[in-house]
Ligand binder design. Structure first.
Ligand code: ATP
Ligand code: MN
Length: 460
Protein backbone atom coordinates (compact mmCIF):
# COMPACT_ATOMS: atom_id res chain seq x y z
CA UNK A 1 0.00 0.00 0.00
CA UNK A 2 1.12 3.54 -0.70
CA UNK A 3 2.09 5.70 2.25
CA UNK A 4 -0.64 7.82 3.77
CA UNK A 5 0.03 11.54 4.14
CA UNK A 6 0.26 11.19 7.91
CA UNK A 7 3.23 8.85 7.42
CA UNK A 8 4.80 11.01 4.74
CA UNK A 9 4.71 14.06 7.01
CA UNK A 10 6.74 12.11 9.55
CA UNK A 11 9.51 11.27 7.08
CA UNK A 12 12.97 12.82 7.09
CA UNK A 13 14.23 14.50 3.92
CA UNK A 14 15.79 11.85 1.67
CA UNK A 15 16.51 10.51 -1.79
CA UNK A 16 13.65 7.99 -1.96
CA UNK A 17 10.86 8.67 -4.42
CA UNK A 18 7.65 9.10 -2.49
CA UNK A 19 4.13 8.97 -3.87
CA UNK A 20 1.31 10.98 -2.33
CA UNK A 21 -2.33 10.53 -3.29
CA UNK A 22 -5.18 12.75 -2.19
CA UNK A 23 -7.36 15.74 -2.86
CA UNK A 24 -6.10 19.25 -3.37
CA UNK A 25 -7.26 21.58 -0.62
CA UNK A 26 -5.57 24.77 -1.75
CA UNK A 27 -3.24 26.05 -4.42
CA UNK A 28 -0.96 29.05 -4.35
CA UNK A 29 0.93 30.21 -7.41
CA UNK A 30 3.98 32.42 -7.50
CA UNK A 31 6.08 33.30 -10.49
CA UNK A 32 8.34 30.29 -10.46
CA UNK A 33 6.60 27.76 -8.25
CA UNK A 34 3.13 26.50 -7.37
CA UNK A 35 2.21 25.09 -3.97
CA UNK A 36 -0.60 22.62 -3.52
CA UNK A 37 -1.81 21.22 -0.24
CA UNK A 38 -2.86 17.58 -0.52
CA UNK A 39 -5.10 15.93 2.06
CA UNK A 40 -6.04 12.26 2.20
CA UNK A 41 -8.03 12.15 5.44
CA UNK A 42 -5.25 10.41 7.39
CA UNK A 43 -4.64 13.54 9.43
CA UNK A 44 -5.74 17.11 9.72
CA UNK A 45 -2.67 18.60 8.15
CA UNK A 46 -2.06 18.35 4.44
CA UNK A 47 1.17 17.66 2.61
CA UNK A 48 2.58 20.63 0.75
CA UNK A 49 3.77 19.70 -2.72
CA UNK A 50 5.97 22.21 -4.53
CA UNK A 51 5.91 22.31 -8.32
CA UNK A 52 8.68 24.03 -10.22
CA UNK A 53 6.67 25.77 -12.93
CA UNK A 54 9.37 25.33 -15.54
CA UNK A 55 8.88 21.57 -15.29
CA UNK A 56 5.08 21.52 -15.70
CA UNK A 57 2.77 22.83 -18.39
CA UNK A 58 0.55 25.84 -17.72
CA UNK A 59 -2.39 23.62 -18.62
CA UNK A 60 -1.61 21.18 -15.84
CA UNK A 61 -1.07 23.98 -13.34
CA UNK A 62 -4.40 25.54 -14.26
CA UNK A 63 -6.23 22.23 -13.82
CA UNK A 64 -4.86 21.79 -10.32
CA UNK A 65 -7.86 23.26 -8.56
CA UNK A 66 -9.36 22.91 -5.09
CA UNK A 67 -11.07 19.52 -4.86
CA UNK A 68 -9.28 17.68 -7.67
CA UNK A 69 -7.68 14.32 -6.96
CA UNK A 70 -3.99 13.92 -7.62
CA UNK A 71 -1.15 11.51 -7.46
CA UNK A 72 2.19 13.24 -6.94
CA UNK A 73 5.63 11.68 -6.80
CA UNK A 74 8.82 13.35 -5.76
CA UNK A 75 11.37 13.66 -2.98
CA UNK A 76 10.90 14.76 0.57
CA UNK A 77 12.81 17.95 1.31
CA UNK A 78 13.08 20.27 4.26
CA UNK A 79 10.39 22.92 3.96
CA UNK A 80 11.36 26.54 3.76
CA UNK A 81 7.93 27.75 4.83
CA UNK A 82 7.14 27.94 8.52
CA UNK A 83 4.03 25.75 8.54
CA UNK A 84 5.60 22.35 8.07
CA UNK A 85 8.87 20.52 8.60
CA UNK A 86 8.95 18.79 5.24
CA UNK A 87 7.37 19.11 1.83
CA UNK A 88 7.26 17.11 -1.37
CA UNK A 89 9.31 18.42 -4.27
CA UNK A 90 7.12 17.24 -7.14
CA UNK A 91 8.71 15.40 -10.05
CA UNK A 92 5.57 13.95 -11.54
CA UNK A 93 2.02 15.20 -11.06
CA UNK A 94 -1.00 13.32 -12.32
CA UNK A 95 -4.49 14.76 -12.06
CA UNK A 96 -6.77 11.77 -11.59
CA UNK A 97 -10.08 13.60 -11.36
CA UNK A 98 -10.48 17.26 -12.26
CA UNK A 99 -12.68 19.50 -10.17
CA UNK A 100 -14.57 22.36 -11.78
CA UNK A 101 -15.12 25.77 -10.23
CA UNK A 102 -18.63 24.94 -8.99
CA UNK A 103 -17.10 22.67 -6.31
CA UNK A 104 -19.13 23.56 -3.21
CA UNK A 105 -16.24 23.54 -0.74
CA UNK A 106 -14.32 26.71 -1.27
CA UNK A 107 -11.50 27.97 0.85
CA UNK A 108 -13.61 30.06 3.24
CA UNK A 109 -15.10 28.52 6.36
CA UNK A 110 -18.56 27.12 5.72
CA UNK A 111 -21.32 26.87 8.29
CA UNK A 112 -22.26 23.43 9.61
CA UNK A 113 -25.77 23.98 8.26
CA UNK A 114 -24.42 24.50 4.76
CA UNK A 115 -22.18 21.47 5.10
CA UNK A 116 -25.07 19.30 6.27
CA UNK A 117 -26.67 19.90 2.88
CA UNK A 118 -23.44 18.83 1.22
CA UNK A 119 -23.04 15.78 3.44
CA UNK A 120 -21.47 13.73 0.64
CA UNK A 121 -18.53 16.15 0.54
CA UNK A 122 -18.25 17.27 4.13
CA UNK A 123 -15.72 14.59 5.16
CA UNK A 124 -13.29 16.56 3.00
CA UNK A 125 -13.40 19.50 5.38
CA UNK A 126 -11.11 19.90 8.37
CA UNK A 127 -14.03 19.71 10.79
CA UNK A 128 -15.64 16.56 9.46
CA UNK A 129 -12.34 14.88 8.76
CA UNK A 130 -11.48 15.37 12.43
CA UNK A 131 -14.91 14.14 13.58
CA UNK A 132 -14.60 11.06 11.39
CA UNK A 133 -11.19 10.19 12.80
CA UNK A 134 -12.28 10.72 16.39
CA UNK A 135 -15.40 8.64 15.84
CA UNK A 136 -13.22 5.89 14.42
CA UNK A 137 -10.88 5.98 17.43
CA UNK A 138 -13.84 5.82 19.80
CA UNK A 139 -15.45 2.88 17.99
CA UNK A 140 -12.18 0.99 18.10
CA UNK A 141 -11.72 1.86 21.78
CA UNK A 142 -15.20 0.58 22.60
CA UNK A 143 -14.29 -2.79 21.18
CA UNK A 144 -10.84 -2.90 22.71
CA UNK A 145 -12.12 -1.94 26.17
CA UNK A 146 -14.64 -4.75 26.24
CA UNK A 147 -12.43 -7.27 24.49
CA UNK A 148 -9.58 -6.60 26.91
CA UNK A 149 -11.98 -7.16 29.78
CA UNK A 150 -13.38 -10.47 28.58
CA UNK A 151 -16.71 -9.28 27.17
CA UNK A 152 -18.22 -11.07 24.18
CA UNK A 153 -19.55 -8.96 21.31
CA UNK A 154 -23.15 -9.94 20.56
CA UNK A 155 -25.29 -8.74 17.65
CA UNK A 156 -28.86 -8.32 18.80
CA UNK A 157 -31.63 -8.06 16.19
CA UNK A 158 -32.54 -4.78 14.54
CA UNK A 159 -36.03 -5.92 13.66
CA UNK A 160 -37.86 -6.74 16.81
CA UNK A 161 -41.26 -7.76 18.05
CA UNK A 162 -40.73 -6.35 21.54
CA UNK A 163 -40.63 -2.73 22.64
CA UNK A 164 -37.88 -2.47 25.25
CA UNK A 165 -38.73 0.91 26.67
CA UNK A 166 -42.46 0.49 26.25
CA UNK A 167 -42.31 4.04 24.95
CA UNK A 168 -43.94 3.47 21.60
CA UNK A 169 -41.43 5.63 19.73
CA UNK A 170 -40.76 2.86 17.23
CA UNK A 171 -40.59 2.64 13.49
CA UNK A 172 -42.83 -0.02 12.12
CA UNK A 173 -41.45 -2.55 9.64
CA UNK A 174 -44.03 -3.78 7.19
CA UNK A 175 -44.49 -5.07 3.66
CA UNK A 176 -48.26 -4.57 3.75
CA UNK A 177 -49.67 -2.55 0.88
CA UNK A 178 -50.39 0.75 2.59
CA UNK A 179 -52.93 1.67 -0.10
CA UNK A 180 -54.86 -1.46 0.65
CA UNK A 181 -54.27 -2.65 4.18
CA UNK A 182 -55.76 -6.08 4.99
CA UNK A 183 -58.24 -5.97 7.85
CA UNK A 184 -59.59 -8.53 10.31
CA UNK A 185 -63.38 -8.98 10.59
CA UNK A 186 -63.45 -6.48 13.46
CA UNK A 187 -61.75 -3.82 11.36
CA UNK A 188 -58.20 -3.95 12.76
CA UNK A 189 -55.04 -4.26 10.68
CA UNK A 190 -54.51 -7.95 9.94
CA UNK A 191 -50.84 -8.41 10.78
CA UNK A 192 -51.06 -12.14 10.13
CA UNK A 193 -50.80 -11.08 6.48
CA UNK A 194 -47.67 -9.03 7.12
CA UNK A 195 -44.15 -10.25 6.38
CA UNK A 196 -43.48 -11.63 9.85
CA UNK A 197 -47.07 -12.62 10.51
CA UNK A 198 -47.18 -10.10 13.33
CA UNK A 199 -46.45 -6.47 14.09
CA UNK A 200 -42.71 -5.76 13.90
CA UNK A 201 -40.61 -2.69 14.60
CA UNK A 202 -37.05 -1.45 14.38
CA UNK A 203 -35.38 -1.92 17.73
CA UNK A 204 -34.98 0.94 20.22
CA UNK A 205 -32.45 -1.03 22.29
CA UNK A 206 -30.76 -4.40 22.26
CA UNK A 207 -30.88 -4.71 26.03
CA UNK A 208 -33.54 -7.36 26.51
CA UNK A 209 -31.92 -9.73 24.04
CA UNK A 210 -28.51 -8.75 25.43
CA UNK A 211 -29.63 -9.92 28.87
CA UNK A 212 -30.35 -13.41 27.51
CA UNK A 213 -26.78 -13.66 26.22
CA UNK A 214 -25.31 -12.32 29.45
CA UNK A 215 -27.11 -15.14 31.23
CA UNK A 216 -25.04 -17.56 29.20
CA UNK A 217 -21.78 -15.78 28.39
CA UNK A 218 -21.55 -13.78 31.64
CA UNK A 219 -20.27 -10.52 30.16
CA UNK A 220 -21.44 -9.30 26.78
CA UNK A 221 -21.77 -6.03 24.89
CA UNK A 222 -23.67 -4.85 21.87
CA UNK A 223 -22.63 -2.01 19.61
CA UNK A 224 -25.04 -1.37 16.82
CA UNK A 225 -27.72 0.86 15.33
CA UNK A 226 -30.93 1.71 17.16
CA UNK A 227 -33.93 3.60 15.91
CA UNK A 228 -36.33 5.96 17.60
CA UNK A 229 -39.24 7.68 15.94
CA UNK A 230 -38.95 10.55 18.37
CA UNK A 231 -40.51 13.73 17.21
CA UNK A 232 -37.85 15.71 19.01
CA UNK A 233 -36.14 18.36 16.98
CA UNK A 234 -33.18 18.82 19.32
CA UNK A 235 -29.41 18.89 19.07
CA UNK A 236 -29.32 15.61 21.08
CA UNK A 237 -31.74 13.34 19.22
CA UNK A 238 -31.39 11.33 16.05
CA UNK A 239 -33.86 8.88 14.59
CA UNK A 240 -31.03 6.46 13.83
CA UNK A 241 -28.11 6.27 16.23
CA UNK A 242 -25.58 3.78 17.51
CA UNK A 243 -25.75 2.38 20.97
CA UNK A 244 -23.30 0.51 23.17
CA UNK A 245 -24.92 -1.79 25.71
CA UNK A 246 -22.84 -4.00 27.99
CA UNK A 247 -24.58 -6.51 30.23
CA UNK A 248 -22.94 -8.43 33.09
CA UNK A 249 -24.24 -11.47 34.93
CA UNK A 250 -23.34 -12.18 38.57
CA UNK A 251 -23.14 -8.42 38.85
CA UNK A 252 -24.99 -5.80 40.87
CA UNK A 253 -25.19 -2.04 40.50
CA UNK A 254 -21.76 -1.59 42.13
CA UNK A 255 -20.03 -3.57 39.39
CA UNK A 256 -22.09 -1.77 36.78
CA UNK A 257 -21.02 1.66 38.04
CA UNK A 258 -17.41 0.61 38.22
CA UNK A 259 -17.53 -0.65 34.63
CA UNK A 260 -19.20 2.54 33.35
CA UNK A 261 -16.57 4.75 34.98
CA UNK A 262 -13.63 2.74 33.66
CA UNK A 263 -15.22 2.51 30.21
CA UNK A 264 -15.78 6.26 29.83
CA UNK A 265 -12.28 7.06 31.00
CA UNK A 266 -10.83 4.50 28.62
CA UNK A 267 -12.54 5.79 25.48
CA UNK A 268 -11.83 9.44 26.33
CA UNK A 269 -8.19 8.68 26.97
CA UNK A 270 -7.92 6.81 23.68
CA UNK A 271 -8.96 9.97 21.84
CA UNK A 272 -6.59 12.24 23.76
CA UNK A 273 -3.75 9.79 23.09
CA UNK A 274 -4.42 9.09 19.42
CA UNK A 275 -6.08 12.23 18.09
CA UNK A 276 -4.18 15.05 19.72
CA UNK A 277 -4.04 17.09 16.51
CA UNK A 278 -7.79 16.75 15.97
CA UNK A 279 -8.50 17.55 19.61
CA UNK A 280 -6.40 20.69 19.39
CA UNK A 281 -8.47 21.68 16.39
CA UNK A 282 -11.73 21.21 18.36
CA UNK A 283 -10.23 23.03 21.31
CA UNK A 284 -9.36 25.99 19.13
CA UNK A 285 -12.29 26.24 16.71
CA UNK A 286 -15.22 24.37 18.25
CA UNK A 287 -15.18 24.45 22.03
CA UNK A 288 -12.37 26.10 23.97
CA UNK A 289 -11.62 24.00 27.05
CA UNK A 290 -12.86 20.72 25.63
CA UNK A 291 -9.50 18.98 26.13
CA UNK A 292 -9.28 20.13 29.73
CA UNK A 293 -12.79 18.92 30.47
CA UNK A 294 -11.96 15.45 29.13
CA UNK A 295 -8.77 15.37 31.18
CA UNK A 296 -10.84 16.33 34.20
CA UNK A 297 -13.23 13.41 33.63
CA UNK A 298 -10.35 11.00 33.14
CA UNK A 299 -8.53 11.99 36.33
CA UNK A 300 -11.48 12.48 38.72
CA UNK A 301 -12.96 9.64 40.74
CA UNK A 302 -16.69 9.84 40.02
CA UNK A 303 -18.88 11.08 42.85
CA UNK A 304 -21.75 8.83 43.94
CA UNK A 305 -25.07 9.98 45.35
CA UNK A 306 -28.58 8.64 45.52
CA UNK A 307 -31.46 10.38 43.79
CA UNK A 308 -32.82 11.33 47.21
CA UNK A 309 -29.52 12.99 48.15
CA UNK A 310 -29.36 14.70 44.77
CA UNK A 311 -32.83 16.14 45.25
CA UNK A 312 -31.82 17.47 48.68
CA UNK A 313 -28.86 19.28 47.15
CA UNK A 314 -30.96 20.62 44.30
CA UNK A 315 -33.92 21.74 46.41
CA UNK A 316 -31.64 24.16 48.26
CA UNK A 317 -31.01 25.81 44.89
CA UNK A 318 -34.49 25.68 43.42
CA UNK A 319 -34.44 29.45 42.85
CA UNK A 320 -31.76 28.90 40.20
CA UNK A 321 -33.76 26.51 38.05
CA UNK A 322 -36.33 26.95 35.35
CA UNK A 323 -37.99 23.78 36.68
CA UNK A 324 -37.76 23.55 40.50
CA UNK A 325 -37.38 19.99 41.80
CA UNK A 326 -38.97 17.92 44.49
CA UNK A 327 -38.76 14.20 45.30
CA UNK A 328 -40.36 12.21 42.50
CA UNK A 329 -39.70 14.50 39.54
CA UNK A 330 -37.39 13.77 36.65
CA UNK A 331 -33.97 15.35 37.00
CA UNK A 332 -33.48 17.47 33.91
CA UNK A 333 -30.35 18.65 32.15
CA UNK A 334 -30.14 21.94 34.10
CA UNK A 335 -30.21 19.98 37.37
CA UNK A 336 -27.77 17.37 36.14
CA UNK A 337 -25.32 20.06 35.15
CA UNK A 338 -25.70 21.80 38.47
CA UNK A 339 -24.92 18.57 40.29
CA UNK A 340 -21.72 17.94 38.34
CA UNK A 341 -20.51 21.48 37.74
CA UNK A 342 -21.46 23.25 40.97
CA UNK A 343 -21.99 20.63 43.66
CA UNK A 344 -19.61 17.76 42.96
CA UNK A 345 -17.29 19.54 40.50
CA UNK A 346 -16.68 16.21 38.81
CA UNK A 347 -18.74 13.47 37.12
CA UNK A 348 -21.53 12.13 39.29
CA UNK A 349 -23.35 8.81 39.33
CA UNK A 350 -26.87 9.21 40.65
CA UNK A 351 -28.54 5.99 41.81
CA UNK A 352 -31.81 4.67 43.22
CA UNK A 353 -34.38 6.69 41.30
CA UNK A 354 -38.11 6.59 42.04
CA UNK A 355 -39.58 3.58 40.27
CA UNK A 356 -42.23 5.73 38.57
CA UNK A 357 -39.69 7.57 36.43
CA UNK A 358 -37.70 4.52 35.36
CA UNK A 359 -38.25 1.43 33.21
CA UNK A 360 -40.10 -1.73 34.27
CA UNK A 361 -37.07 -4.02 34.22
CA UNK A 362 -35.06 -2.24 36.92
CA UNK A 363 -34.49 -4.01 40.21
CA UNK A 364 -36.83 -2.91 42.98
CA UNK A 365 -35.23 -1.76 46.22
CA UNK A 366 -36.39 -2.92 49.67
CA UNK A 367 -38.25 0.35 50.17
CA UNK A 368 -40.65 -0.54 47.33
CA UNK A 369 -40.34 3.04 46.07
CA UNK A 370 -36.99 3.23 44.33
CA UNK A 371 -35.13 1.10 41.81
CA UNK A 372 -31.45 0.26 41.33
CA UNK A 373 -30.96 2.61 38.44
CA UNK A 374 -27.93 4.75 37.74
CA UNK A 375 -27.31 7.74 35.52
CA UNK A 376 -23.77 8.91 34.88
CA UNK A 377 -23.71 12.70 34.66
CA UNK A 378 -20.88 14.61 33.06
CA UNK A 379 -20.01 18.30 33.36
CA UNK A 380 -21.32 20.49 30.47
CA UNK A 381 -23.63 17.71 29.33
CA UNK A 382 -25.68 16.05 32.04
CA UNK A 383 -26.61 12.41 31.49
CA UNK A 384 -24.16 10.50 29.37
CA UNK A 385 -24.90 6.92 30.45
CA UNK A 386 -28.04 5.30 31.81
CA UNK A 387 -28.06 1.86 33.38
CA UNK A 388 -29.43 -0.36 36.09
CA UNK A 389 -29.36 -3.60 37.90
CA UNK A 390 -32.12 -5.68 36.34
CA UNK A 391 -35.01 -7.26 38.22
CA UNK A 392 -33.99 -10.91 38.24
CA UNK A 393 -36.79 -12.19 40.51
CA UNK A 394 -39.63 -13.68 38.47
CA UNK A 395 -42.49 -12.73 40.79
CA UNK A 396 -41.31 -9.20 41.42
CA UNK A 397 -40.87 -8.58 37.69
CA UNK A 398 -44.27 -10.03 36.86
CA UNK A 399 -45.97 -7.86 39.49
CA UNK A 400 -44.20 -4.78 38.22
CA UNK A 401 -45.25 -5.46 34.63
CA UNK A 402 -48.85 -5.93 35.67
CA UNK A 403 -48.70 -2.74 37.72
CA UNK A 404 -47.57 -0.85 34.61
CA UNK A 405 -50.14 -2.48 32.35
CA UNK A 406 -47.57 -4.34 30.25
CA UNK A 407 -48.74 -7.61 28.72
CA UNK A 408 -46.66 -10.42 30.28
CA UNK A 409 -47.44 -12.66 27.30
CA UNK A 410 -45.57 -10.26 25.00
CA UNK A 411 -42.47 -10.64 27.19
CA UNK A 412 -42.77 -14.39 27.81
CA UNK A 413 -39.14 -15.21 27.08
CA UNK A 414 -37.88 -12.25 29.11
CA UNK A 415 -39.90 -13.52 32.07
CA UNK A 416 -38.88 -17.14 31.51
CA UNK A 417 -35.24 -16.10 31.64
CA UNK A 418 -35.97 -15.39 35.33
CA UNK A 419 -37.23 -18.96 35.74
CA UNK A 420 -34.22 -20.78 34.35
CA UNK A 421 -31.05 -20.10 36.27
CA UNK A 422 -31.71 -16.45 37.00
CA UNK A 423 -28.93 -14.42 38.58
CA UNK A 424 -28.34 -10.77 39.47
CA UNK A 425 -27.24 -8.90 36.40
CA UNK A 426 -26.74 -5.30 35.37
CA UNK A 427 -25.82 -3.19 32.39
CA UNK A 428 -25.93 0.23 30.85
CA UNK A 429 -26.40 2.05 27.57
CA UNK A 430 -24.31 4.75 25.97
CA UNK A 431 -25.52 6.59 22.91
CA UNK A 432 -22.43 6.60 20.72
CA UNK A 433 -23.18 9.93 19.02
CA UNK A 434 -23.81 11.58 22.39
CA UNK A 435 -20.33 10.47 23.38
CA UNK A 436 -18.75 11.68 20.14
CA UNK A 437 -20.52 14.99 20.56
CA UNK A 438 -19.20 15.29 24.08
CA UNK A 439 -15.63 14.48 23.12
CA UNK A 440 -15.48 16.83 20.12
CA UNK A 441 -17.50 19.63 21.70
CA UNK A 442 -19.66 19.77 18.59
CA UNK A 443 -22.98 21.40 19.29
CA UNK A 444 -25.35 19.42 17.10
CA UNK A 445 -25.58 15.63 17.11
CA UNK A 446 -26.37 15.80 13.39
CA UNK A 447 -22.76 16.68 12.77
CA UNK A 448 -21.15 13.67 14.43
CA UNK A 449 -22.73 10.97 12.25
CA UNK A 450 -22.11 10.76 8.49
CA UNK A 451 -25.74 10.87 7.33
CA UNK A 452 -28.06 12.04 10.11
CA UNK A 453 -31.68 10.92 10.12
CA UNK A 454 -34.16 13.04 12.02
CA UNK A 455 -37.72 14.32 11.80
CA UNK A 456 -38.51 15.25 8.19
CA UNK A 457 -34.98 14.60 7.06
CA UNK A 458 -33.63 11.50 5.37
CA UNK A 459 -31.27 12.86 2.76
CA UNK A 460 -28.79 10.73 0.84
P1 ATP B 1 -33.19 11.40 26.43
O1 ATP B 1 -33.90 11.67 27.70
O2 ATP B 1 -32.02 12.30 26.18
O3 ATP B 1 -34.13 11.34 25.26
P2 ATP B 1 -33.40 8.62 26.96
O4 ATP B 1 -33.67 8.64 28.41
O5 ATP B 1 -34.53 8.45 26.02
O6 ATP B 1 -32.56 9.93 26.57
P3 ATP B 1 -32.31 5.96 26.97
O7 ATP B 1 -33.62 5.38 26.58
O8 ATP B 1 -31.81 5.74 28.32
O9 ATP B 1 -32.30 7.53 26.66
O10 ATP B 1 -31.21 5.48 25.88
C1 ATP B 1 -29.88 5.19 26.21
C2 ATP B 1 -28.90 6.19 25.63
O11 ATP B 1 -29.10 6.34 24.23
C3 ATP B 1 -29.06 7.59 26.17
O12 ATP B 1 -28.33 7.76 27.34
C4 ATP B 1 -28.51 8.44 25.07
O13 ATP B 1 -27.08 8.48 25.18
C5 ATP B 1 -28.85 7.67 23.83
N1 ATP B 1 -30.02 8.19 23.12
C6 ATP B 1 -31.31 8.07 23.46
N2 ATP B 1 -32.12 8.60 22.55
C7 ATP B 1 -31.32 9.08 21.57
C8 ATP B 1 -31.55 9.72 20.32
N3 ATP B 1 -32.78 9.97 19.88
N4 ATP B 1 -30.48 10.07 19.56
C9 ATP B 1 -29.22 9.80 19.98
N5 ATP B 1 -28.94 9.18 21.14
C10 ATP B 1 -29.96 8.82 21.93
MN1 MN C 1 -35.56 9.87 24.91
Amino acid sequence: MEKRIKEILALEPGEDTIKAEGWVRTKRDSKNVSFIEINDGSCLKGLQAVLDRSSFSDELISKLTTGCSVSVTGKIVKSEGGNQDVELRAENVEIIGECPADYPLQKKRHTVEFLREKAYLRPRTNLFGAVTRVRNTMAYAVHSFFQENGFVYVNTPLISASDCEGAGAQFQVTTLDLENVPKTPDGKVDYSKDFFGKLANLTVSGQLEGETYALAMKNIYTFGPTFRAENSNTTRHLAEFWMIEPEMAFCTLEGDMDCAEKFLKYIFKAVLDKNSEDMEFFNKFVLPGVIESLEHVITSPFEHMTYTEAIKHLEKNNDKFEFPVSWGVEIQTEHERYLTEEIAKRPVIVTDYPKDIKAFYMKMNEDGKTVRAMDVLAPRLGEIIGGSEREYRYDVLLDRMKELGLDPAAYWWYLDLRKYGSVPHAGFGLGFERAVRYVTGIENIRDVIPYPRYVKSCEY
